[in-house]
Design a protein around this ligand. Structure first.
Ligand SMILES: NC(=O)c1ccc[n+]([C@@H]2O[C@H](COP(=O)([O-])OP(=O)(O)OC[C@H]3O[C@@H](n4cnc5c(N)ncnc54)[C@H](O)[C@@H]3O)[C@@H](O)[C@H]2O)c1
Ligand SMILES: [Zn+2]
Length: 360
């Protein structure tokens, strides 16, 4: 018979889990494996709340299993390393993002794109090599193979830096891959949430012109004055959208719900690229004619490989890029999820695990 989450591994762990698709999180006792020779164990200090956590706790993508401990923007301090670990030592500041394993023998893995490995093992709610379920960072202790651990730049604060591990890499990777980094380019960012606001910061650091496209006129001042966007379009204002038609080389779309693509494709120049990173739970309508007229591309992108994740966070360290965060205690997590659903956060909740999660 399968052992209980509390008994399957030797190390006690404590976190908060969703136990059904209501998504409500509550205290949960489980366990973590012993530190293997290539493993890094760390005390979790902060964990960001990604909209994917919200999709997952509510089983909006239809793939969730319960109990589910979310969290894939995890940072902390190393407490133990296995005998064959080369890059980390006790006391180091580290992070783990969205994945903790892959096959390591396919073409994607060989290209440092573990994120596109068909056997990717996600940080939570997935089956690990040993057959047990993975659990995320809304918990006191984390363990991962060295390959999936990122070194955290010394100059970045752990709380505001945590969201880089998912939100950061998710926008950095397509900006790089699709060539949206050339000075003089005009890039749109749709949806000014966790991913979107970090996309603005990276794109500005690359030196491109950035326009935020949002349904909320109230975000204009902050986007242009605080985040550094060059301009702001209210997507529900047809006159503003019309005036910007055909002006963008690329768009990163971070919207978490179903929304019309027609106006966004219209914003692109010929050969422009609309890159979807938001993951709505239902299909979007794709109008074809505006794509044909201008040989435009619609693409997708999913997080980034481990090599690129380290590059991203080193770049963030060099340019002092962090997320704008509201740090909360673990007791507030259900309220935070509800506020995230209503887009009532500027711009990322981060749970102060180290100071507020106390084992029951
Ligand atoms: N591709 C990936 O690798 C990857 C990684 C992380 C997150 N995601 C997905 O990206 C999406 C965004 O994540 P986030 O953490 O930034 O979420 P968020 O809630 O912080 O931001 C989403 C933004 O979309 C806006 N929005 C929501 N519904 C909208 C609508 N109908 N029309 C226009 N705008 C709308 C919100 O106002 C908000 O600004 C989620 O679906 C998440 O699951 C994908
Ligand atoms: Zn995420």
């Amino acid at each position: 018979m399968a052992k209980s989450p509390e008994e399957e591994h030797p190390t006690k762990a404590f976190g908060w889990a969703a136990t059904d698709p209501s998504g409500a999180l509550s205290p949960f006792k489980f366990s973590r494996r012993a530190t293997g020779e290539k493993d890094v164990r760390f005390k979790v200090l902060y964990c960001g709340i990604c909209h994917s956590d919200l999709h997952m706790v509510k089983n909006e993508w239809g793939s969730s299993t319960y109990p589910l401990v979310p969290g894939h923007e995890i940072v902390g301090i190393v407490t133990e390393v296995g005998s064959k670990v080369e890059k980390f030592k006790v006391g180091d500041k580290v992070g783990v993002g969205c994945m903790v394993g892959a096959c390591h023998s396919c073409d994607s893995c060989a290209d440092d794109l573990e994120n596109y490995c068909p056997k990717i093992i996600l940080t939570y709610g997935a089956t690990y090599y040993d057959g047990t379920t993975t659990h995320g960072g809304y918990s006191d202790v984390m363990i991962a193979e060295e390959r999936y651990v990122v070194r955290f730049p010394d100059n970045l604060p752990l709380d505001a830096g945590a969201p880089l591990l998912c939100a950061g890499i998710t926008v950095y990777s397509p900006l790089q891959h699709f060539g949206f980094t050339k000075p003089g380019m005009h890039i749109g960012v749709v949806g000014l949430g966790g991913l979107g606001h970090v996309a603005v910061k990276f794109a500005k650091a690359f030196g491109v012109k950035v326009t935020v496209i949002s349904t909320s006129p109230s975000k204009k001042k902050e986007a242009t004055e605080h985040l550094g966007a060059d301009s702001f379009l209210v997507s529900r204002d047809p006159d503003q959208m019309q005036a910007a038609m055909g002006t963008m080389d690329g768009i990163i779309d971070t919207v978490s719900a179903v929304h019309p693509l027609f106006p966004l494709i219209g914003l692109l120049k010929s050969h422009g690229k609309l890159v979807m990173v938001g993951a709505p739970d239902r299909p979007l309508e794709l109008p074809i004619f505006p794509l044909l007229m201008g040989r435009k591309i619609v693409a997708g992108s999913c997080i980034g490989g481990m090599k690129e994740t380290q590059e991203m966070i080193d770049f963030a360290g060099k340019h002092n890029i962090t997320a704008d965060v509201e740090v909360i205690s673990i007791d507030y997590v259900n309220t935070a999820m509800e506020r995230l659903r209503k887009a009532d956060v500027r711009y990322r909740f981060v749970i102060d695990i180290g100071n507020t999660l106390k084992a029951a």
